[in-house]
Write a protein that binds this ligand. Structure first.
Ligand SMILES: *Cc1c(COP(=O)(O)O)cnc(C)c1O
Length: 395
């Protein structure tokens, strides 16, 4: 099938949804899958569901559906928990691998929760480990033999700038550092190849471009040769080699399952597994091509109509993820005015208007329509109405 695949989603009429990078829309089939999980499985099978409905193996089974989307080998990805927890897991494992080194290197463009989780881990370890933050683009220069791990988000959540993952992974390895990549804004949107990059760990969430719904579980990739060498710091019973022996000491299971922690969220897993069926109709290569076309078109269409906005995303599509961001002093109010007109983007402080392009359901006419409305809101100062200036809790 050719993109977009709008018919595979339940999009509200009249809405141009450019926020699939924050929360993907509802794929067809997800409501039925969740309903079946509740009504057929939970209601009728009760506790038997763990054995008879495949609930227990689901985190690995779903991990294997995500694997091809990020270039991972089978049995190297497992789902569960939240991305913040997966950051902690990957980082604690990386520090174990480099016990003599004291620096975790990241950048000031990283998503705060990744940095907060690093801070928490550092406090816990009390071993003089430091989080060193440099400007995006300065990572190469900051790499030296003191760095234990490099923790980066491949596509910057504000600017949409994409790191060169193979190149930076290689640079990290050249100084003996472990590479951890956060794929929150990559998985399902850009052509990631974790295996080819050689990185040790990758983590990501599934409620953004993978459309699995609010609070959907995260995932972690661990390079296959390392999996069984890692003694997980978050040593929960479902990562144990024999949870139902109820042994008093932890012994991790062999394989990616050791990165499980506790009971999986079965209803959310059902939503995720159903949401991933969309990928039977397309490939990440097709998605990347379409994404480049759509984001380039949006930049052209906006800039040809409006000169008050500053492009903060890279102009070179090779360095751009699947979003386009413009800085505008009145960005918050402008986004509210756009939302009022059915164009859904979002705002990131201090002044960034962010538009995500999910090629699964966005086409050229959506792009042109959104650009027209954005130009109108800015050029005609439609944003300058009191109602658009009131701040909501989630921006
Ligand atoms: C969205 C996002 C998160 C969110 O983490 P949760 O634990 O799922 O709330 C973390 N890191 C990055 C880079 C993100 O873009």
């Amino acid at each position: 099938m050719t993109l977009p695949l709008k018919s595979l989603f339940q999009l509200p009429d009249g809405m141009i949804y450019l926020d699939g990078n924050s929360l993907g829309p509802l794929p067809c089939g997800v409501s039925d899958a969740v309903k079946a999980c509740v009504e057929d499985q939970w209601k009728n099978q009760l506790i038997k569901g763990w054995n008879d409905c495949g609930w227990m193996e689901q985190p690995e089974r779903v991990g294997n559906l995500i694997a091809p989307l990020i270039g991972a080998q089978s049995n190297s990805v497992v789902c569960g928990d939240t991305l913040s927890l997966k950051v902690f897991q990957a980082l604690s494992a990386a520090l174990q691998m480099n016990p003599e080194r004291k620096i975790i290197l990241s950048d000031t463009g990283n998503f705060p929760t990744d940095l907060y989780m690093a801070e928490g881990l550092i406090k816990l370890k009390a071993a003089g480990i430091e989080l060193k933050l440099v400007e995006p683009g300065q990572i190469n220069d900051a790499l030296d033999s003191t760095v234990a791990a490099v923790l980066l988000t491949e596509v910057d959540y504000r600017t949409g700038k994409r790191y060169n993952m193979p190149q930076l992974t290689q640079a990290a390895h050249a100084v003996g550092a472990v590479a951890i990549w956060d794929l929150a804004h990559s998985a399902g949107a850009v052509d990631v190849d974790v295996a080819a990059s050689g990185c040790e760990f990758a983590i990501g969430c599934t409620y953004k471009y993978l459309n699995a719904g609010p609070g959907a579980p995260a995932f972690i990739y661990v390079r296959p040769d390392l999996i069984d060498t890692i003694d997980p710091a978050l040593s929960g019973w479902l990562g144990h080699q024999s949870p139902f022996s109820f042994n008093l000491t932890y012994q991790p299971v062999s394989g990616i399952g050791r990165f499980r922690i506790g009971t999986p969220p079965v209803l959310q897993m059902a939503a995720l597994e159903a949401a991933l069926k969309v990928w039977e109709n397309t490939s990440i290569t097709e998605i990347r091509h379409a994404s480049i076309r759509l984001t380039s078109l949006f930049i052209d269409e906006v800039e040809s109509r409006c000169d008050q906005l500053t492009l903060v995303s890279p102009r070179d599509s090779a360095e751009r993820g699947s979003q386009v961001s413009f800085a505008f002093e009145h960005g918050y109010a402008a986004i509210q005015a756009l939302i009022d007109r059915g164009i859904i983007g979002d705002f990131r402080a201090p002044d960034i208007m962010r538009f995500g392009f999910t090629p699964l359901f966005i086409d050229d006419s959506d792009v042109v329509g959104a650009a027209e409305s954005l130009a109108e809101v800015v050029n005609e100062r439609i944003w300058d109405q009191p109602v658009y200036h009131r701040r909501k809790a989630v921006t």
